[in-house]
Design a protein around this ligand. Sequence first.
Ligand SMILES: Nc1nc2c(ncn2[C@@H]2O[C@H](COP(=O)(O)OP(=O)(O)OP(=O)(O)O)[C@@H](O)[C@H]2O)c(=O)[nH]1
Ligand SMILES: [Mg+2]
Length: 607
Amino acid sequence: MQRLQPCKHLYSSSSSRSIWLLFSAVQTTQQFYYSWHHQHQYNHAEYHCLLGKVSAKFRTSFNIGNIRQGKSREEKLTNNKDENSITHDLFSETIYAMASGFSSSCAVSVIRVSGSRAMEVVKRMTRLDSKQLETRRAYYCSLYDPVSKNSSNIALNAVPIDKILLLFFKGPNSFTGEDVIEIHCHGSKAVISHIMKALGTEGIGFRPADPGEFTKRAFLNRKMDLTEVEGLSDLIHAQTEQQRVQALKQLNGELSHVVTNWKREMLNCVAHVTAFIDFGDDNGLEESVIYRERILPSVKKLASELKYYLDISKNRLGERLREGRGIRCALLGAPNAGKSSLLNVLAEQDIAIVSDHAGTTRDVVEVQLDLKGWPVTIADTAGLREHTDISSDTEVGKHQLIEIEGMKRAIKKAREADIVIIVLDSENYAVTPQEMFEFCMRKLSEYDLPDSSDSSHTPRTSNHAQKIFLVQNKIDSRNSSAQHMLQKILDIPLFAISCKTKEGVDQFIDHLCKTVENIFTGKDDQFFSKDIGHQQAEHALLITRERHRASFSKTLACLERALQENDQIEIAAEHIRQAHKALCEVTGDVDFEEILDVVFKEFCIGK
Ligand SMILES: Nc1nc2c(ncn2[C@@H]2O[C@H](COP(=O)(O)OP(=O)(O)OP(=O)(O)O)[C@@H](O)[C@H]2O)c(=O)[nH]1
Ligand SMILES: [Mg+2]
């Protein structure tokens, strides 16, 4: 049997192997040997002998001095202070910040203190007995200026700052994993600034928290993984109902759960290979059998699951929901058709300039709306019309060039949109609604594809799903007669409305809301293939960031390389290890300061 030299270099070269990895691997190897034992009818003595060998081998193979996982992140960070400037002295200081929002005055505000010396608040700023203090209980008491460290009691004649509710959370069963004190005080500026000043005085010596520092401590103390941290950040910033739902799912670990299962399965495969490399020959195990029966099916399944998640999230609906860009709609039509008027009606405010001068809107004007909890971006655009014989030498020609540039931008915007709303003018005799509709459709199909390297929007592909709505405006006008009304064209939804009297507007908005909801929930087969239902659409919304997608793609590429290795199981195992590492970036189980910086900079102070 031809194979590479076994695993020593595979493990010893890796400086970030962990005890946790070791135990998982030993555990999975146990499962492997149990199943192997069943197949090969080993007796118990033989089985335990094998398992002992594997465990011992794992212990020596892993570079335990440099482990990360398994130890708390805190320990790792304390050991590597110089490498990790981000967390330098992070745990030695007790921090404080306002946890509730900043407002000039409100009924109650919350100030949070976290760290090993948090109890000093109780000892030196209240008359409560710190030794008797129960965790997770609220105490109603007076809060005083801090007494010096050596004085045992608040003086009898001390003047209180405020009457407060004090809560104590004993670490590690707290949000940060450290001792936490919450002060619920009255929300006036005077009370808050007095308490904040008292906590920062030299005597008590706490430090104001950096933005997101409480959550960073929670992450480093393994209270939450990186996807949950992101979920929390999204929940704090959620503007619409559906953003809240999405954020809460991530905070509750839905993405984390999927990723953790994949990671476990990958470790399982690696453990099988390692056990085989070290002991397979001794026990008559065949490399090709292990590869075919154990590695190949697992890796195939993992690869197809990753591919599925990447495929269904191609439209980046998860990111778009989280970021608030949502579904992109563009208003397209002739000058003066009422596009800007419709934008203002939808936004319920005067965002775009409206006038009876044809060609009022020159550039794209965008507004983000919340349609029943789903975010939507609507773009008002310059009016479209035919142009002939333009000369840049004349004043008129110069104006026309500007208008043409506006039209180009309008069509580009419409091409990128998920929904194009063609606004037709019932008053316009020069061009019939039917002609205008055909003109817009021609422009939509003629225009060059936008630059797909611009990652700010979904790259348009040849099968870019797009919906067209027709809106015939100004039905209130006395000039609008039956002959100027558009007849229904195929199955394109057609709405007759008046931006002036609001007639028909509600039906149009209802239809728009329903369409947007159907897209996000997988009921629209233009955006998801027909067999993709509600559950798959929910899966698609799990990927909320480009960094998730990038790690998934990297993981898939490693797994595909592993699949090409045929019977070379040591090489396949190394690819699987790389896949595991790529996936660890999603949950934050690797050393990668830049990612932490990106994630935590989204946070506000006090969280
Ligand atoms: N009677 C009537 N007039 C309308 C209605 N909607 C818009 N208008 C008028 O039509 C004119 C053009 O409206 P806009 O909203 O500026 O049209 P537009 O399509 O944005 O025009 P451009 O920016 O030039 O492309 C304005 O005078 C509006 O008051 C409507 O429903 N009924
Ligand atoms: Mg306009």
